[in-house]
Every structure is written in structure tokens, then in C-alpha cells.
Design a protein around this ligand. Structure first.
Ligand SMILES: C[S@@+](CC[C@H](N)C(=O)[O-])C[C@H]1O[C@@H](n2cnc3c(N)ncnc32)[C@H](O)[C@@H]1O
Length: 349
């Protein structure tokens, strides 16, 4: 291919966000090939797959290459919007959305007034001017809603979520922000790159409730591993998506708790047992890692690997596979010999 054409292609590629272009604790983006390789080697029945703690949906996305139908689920509002933006098989007009974001990208912060987002998060999670633009764009997306299809609305919101991740004054989540002076960074909205598929069913439910209603060949389980609540770490994305402008509390400016996961509490073992016992599938696949003895308490695993294996073994013969993986680390915890594990259980008839 001539050099100029290659360059153009590369530029075009950079103009959209792919599903895995997200900072997210516990994302399996770098492990999904390994996970699918093991699933393919170990499992024959491969019609339907359920990713019930889907997070970034990186595993859902890989499963699309191997299964006829895929269920994707997570209880966070922001993840649900992202799944609809990427996977929902419905009408949208790219040119129309490009024109809308082109206007957003020419906004001048000087002529935008303060808004809920800038008043709360300005000069904290974002530079004041950037926060003004984000709040203004969020309002505009709501105002445009009647002219947009659901898919277009979700693509705009999803694109906003992916874009702000690039300019946030954080390590990648919203449990805290850097306290030093913030440099203003250009807020340049890019569209997410939706995936053409009619295979995905999207849910936003508690995983333990969902498994009672579905039946698939494979259920993939990737719960939170420790006391870090996803709804608290990504509260700002939840607030931006819901846009119900809640009262916020504390230095980290979090709303009242919602979607608090039992998997982050001492009850984790019992909810995991309940989950596994209520799965209607041929195989259960579980991701987990061996950070059972880290220095910081919040990184400590809530369920031990032995407990997981015992619970899974009650449903059928379980094999364990391992891979080393650089774990999310905000700098205050050392993980030696960190290993990512995959359990594959063939359920007894
Ligand atoms: C380890 S992450 C999953 C990461 C995902 N596999 C990926 O590749 O990005 C766990 C996810 O479970 C979700 N979650 C926690 N408790 C849940 C529950 N009870 N029901 C549904 N989702 C839950 C969290 O919001 C989080 O996104």
C-alpha cells in the first residue's frame, strides 16, 4: 500500500474509540484472547454465551467471534449505555453525529456559563474550562434527544464517556483526583466505533437475579475481587449518564450509594455460592486473581481461590488455568507473583 494511503488509514483509525479503549479496573481487554483460547480448547457446546459482570464488555466482544448469541450484563448505568452504543442493532446516522460533535468541538469555554458539572467537578476532576464544556455538551445531548434515535443518543453519550477519560485529572477512576494544579487539555470528542452485530442481548441487572432467568451454554463470571465498589469508583460516569444532578458528598464528590455490590463485602462467598448454584448452563467459566495477601486491605480478595474451587466443584468437574497479568495498581500496593486464574467447570448432568 502506498505510504500516503497507509497514513490516511492510520489517521482514520485514531478518529474513533474502539470498545477496549477505556481505563477500567479489572478490564480483561488484554486477557480476552487467552480466555477465548481456553474456552475454545475446553468447551464443545458453543452456541450461547453470557458475560454477566461485563464491565468494559471486552470479553463479550471476543465472544462474538465464537458464539451465535451473547448476553452482556452489568448493573452500572454507564456500562449499559456503552453496551447499547456499541452493540445495539438499530438505526443511526454517522454523518449526523459527526456534524453534532464537530459543533461540540468548536465550543469556546469563555461563552459557556457554569453548570452542574463545572460547579461540582471543575478544577477537581477536570480543568474548570473542560468541566464547563462537558456539562454543556451533556445538556445539549439531552436537548437533542427528540431529534436522535436511541442508538444515536447512546453513541453520543458513550463517546462523551470515552472522551472525558482522556482528559480527567485522575489515575483512571473517580475515587480521587490529583491535588496539584490542572493543566487545561483540549476536549476533542471522537465517536465510539459501534460493532455491527445482531447477536447481543443487553441487560442491566444484579447478576444473581439474571442467572435465574437465562439459559446458555457458557456463563462467564468476572466479579469484583475486593472491597473496591465499582459504583463508587465510577460515580462520576454514573452521574454524567443519569444526569439527575444529585447532591454530592465528601472530597471525592460522590452521590448517595447505588448499586453496591455484595461481591465487595464479607458476604462475597455466600453470594458467589448462590450465583453458581442458580446457573442454568453447560459450563461455568470464572476469572479470578491471586491477590489474596496484598499489603493494602482494600486490595484483599474477598473470596479465596480454594473457596471458589470448592463451590464450583459441587456443580461439576473444574479445571484451573493460570496466566500472569499486570494488575490495576494505584501505586500503594505491591503485587508479587500476581497471577490471573481461569476456572472452567463442566456442569454435571
Ligand atoms: C471485574 S469487573 C468486570 C471486568 C470485565 N470482565 C471487563 O473485561 O471489563 C466486575 C464488574 O461487575 C460489575 N458488578 C459488580 N457487582 C455486580 C452485580 N451484583 N451484578 C451485576 N454487575 C455487577 C461491576 O460494575 C464491574 O463492572
Amino acid at each position: 500500500m502506498p505510504a500516503q494511503k497507509t497514513l490516511f488509514k492510520a489517521k482514520q483509525k485514531n478518529n474513533t474509540f474502539k470498545i477496549e479503549s477505556r481505563r477500567y479496573i479489572g478490564s480483561k481487554a488484554k486477557l480476552s484472547d487467552w480466555i477465548m483460547y481456553l474456552i475454545n480448547s475446553e468447551i464443545q457446546e458453543k452456541k450461547s454465551f453470557a458475560d454477566i459482570f461485563a464491565g468494559t464488555a471486552s470479553v463479550t466482544n471476543s465472544a462474538l467471534n465464537h458464539f451465535e448469541t451473547v448476553i452482556t450484563n452489568d448493573f452500572l448505568h454507564s456500562n449499559n449505555v456503552i453496551y447499547k452504543a456499541f452493540f445495539e442493532n438499530s438505526e443511526w446516522n454517522k454523518q449526523k453525529l459527526l456534524e453534532i460533535i464537530e459543533n461540540f468541538n468548536h465550543l469556546e469555554s469563555k461563552i459557556i456559563g457554569n453548570n452542574y458539572f463545572s460547579e461540582n467537578f471543575g478544577n477537581k476532576y477536570f480543568h474548570k474550562n473542560t468541566a464547563k464544556k462537558i456539562g454543556h455538551i451533556r445538556n445539549e445531548i439531552e436537548n437533542l434527544k427528540i431529534e436522535l434515535t436511541d442508538k444515536e443518543y447512546n453513541i453520543l453519550l458513550g463517546s462523551l464517556l470515552y472522551t472525558i477519560d482522556r482528559v480527567a485529572n485522575t489515575v483512571g477512576h473517580y475515587d480521587a483526583y490529583f491535588k496539584k494544579e490542572i493543566q487545561e487539555r483540549k476536549l476533542e470528542l471522537k465517536l465510539i466505533e459501534p460493532i455491527r452485530t445482531d447477536k447481543v442481548s443487553i441487560f442491566q441487572q444484579d447478576a444473581n437475579q439474571l442467572v435465574r432467568k437465562i439459559k446458555t451454554d457458557v456463563v462467564y463470571i468476572d466479579p469484583p475481587y475486593n472491597s473496591r465498589q465499582y459504583s463508587r469508583f465510577y460515580h462520576l460516569l454514573e452521574t454524567l449518564v443519569k444526569w439527575d444532578k444529585p447532591k454530592l458528598y465528601g472530597v471525592a464528590l460522590k452521590p448517595e450509594p447505588e448499586n453496591v455490590s455484595e461481591y465487595c463485602k464479607v458476604s462475597a462467598k455466600n453470594v458467589f455460592k448462590d450465583l453458581v448454584n442458580n446457573i442454568n448452563a453447560k459450563h461455568i467459566v470464572v476469572s479470578y486473581n491471586n491477590t489474596y495477601n496484598p499489603k493494602s486491605n482494600s486490595s484483599k480478595n474477598k473470596i479465596s481461590l480454594e473457596q471458589i474451587e470448592t463451590i464450583l466443584n459441587k456443580r461439576g468437574k473444574t479445571k484451573v488455568f493460570e496466566n500472569s497479568h499486570r494488575f490495576f495498581n494505584a501505586g500503594n500496593t505491591e503485587f508479587n507473583n500476581h497471577k490471573e486464574l481461569l476456572f472452567i467447570t463442566k456442569l454435571d448432568d
